[in-house]
Design a protein around this ligand. Structure first.
Ligand code: 5RP
Length: 260
């Protein structure tokens, strides 16, 4: 079965599987959104089933909540959990300081709230997500539908004063209609090409009325687990200043792959 997966999917699986080793019984765990995070949720579900791992999961989207329940993870809300031991999530880009762009899946608002309410955030990624400078991936910003065109104008004006290489903005679409987030909002994708000062940009964007949250995660992520298509895994912990390597085995009869 795994032979049918692309090298990128194998890399995502390797990162996701290795990251679940950070999860211990009794933990409250933030569950990210996206294709890499979906592998992580499946791997955790396997540990719940096979090892009797006892965890409570706080999903960052309805998609992740549905998957978590399907694989047997107990799902609770962030308000029930109040605080989390750990959040594991994917990313669209990460830099050397483990600052991130997220929101390619349109879930960065809940993802940022959940990650920030956690003792640790671990990002799981394939090697293509690592960048020297954030910004090649369009930066998602969530905006409320009321007056979104005025909000977009304010975003474009704010970008004039920012250290970025591109300034085009686009309303994210879902077919013919605007994309709608779990919170009922829209997404503007900012085509910035290169972000000179992510911290400053994040602060400026979040001052704009109507803009709910941007997809820059600054000083939130502690550890990145980078998977490779051959099963190799790198684990970089910037808080501890450590770098480790490991290997994940792909089991061809793994139940995880049966629905792929
Ligand atoms: C969703 C996200 C995802 O984590 C990000 O888009 C990465 O997705 P994938 O693992 O599918 O590449 O931020 O809002």
């Amino acid at each position: 079965m795994t032979g049918e997966l692309s090298p990128i999917d194998k890399a995502k699986f390797a990162a996701a599987k290795r990251a679940t080793a950070f999860v211990e019984s009794g933990m409250k765990v933030g569950l990210g959104t996206g294709s890499t995070a979906a592998w992580m949720v499946r791997c955790l579900g396997e540990r719940v089933r096979d090892e009797g791992l006892r965890i409570k999961g706080v999903p960052t989207s309805t998609r992740t909540a549905d998957l978590a329940r399907e694989v047997g993870i107990e799902v609770i809300s962030l308000d029930e959990a109040r605080w989390l031991d750990l959040t594991i999530d994917g990313a669209d880009e990460f830099d050397a300081d483990l600052n991130l762009i997220k929101g390619g899946g349109g879930a960065h608002l809940q993802e940022k709230i959940v990650a920030t309410a956690s003792d640790r955030m671990i990002v799981i990624a394939d090697p293509a997500k690592e960048v020297a400078h954030l910004g090649a991936f369009p930066l998602p910003v969530e905006v409320i539908p009321f007056g979104w065109k005025a909000t977009r104008t304010l975003v474009e004006e704010a970008l004039e004063g920012m250290d970025v290489l591109g300034r085009e903005t686009a309303l994210r679409m879902n077919g013919e209609a605007p994309f709608v987030t779990d919170e009922g909002n829209h997404i503007l994708d900012l085509h910035l090409k290169r972000i000179g000062n992510p911290r400053q940009l994040s602060l400026v964007l979040n001052q704009i009325p109507g803009l709910v949250e941007n997809g820059l995660f600054i000083d939130i992520c502690d550890v990145v687990v980078i998977g490779h298509g051959d099963g190799r895994v790198e684990i970089r912990d910037i808080t501890a200043g450590t770098f480790d390597e490991d290997r994940v085995a792909f089991a061809d009869n793994d139940n995880l792959f049966s629905d792929i």
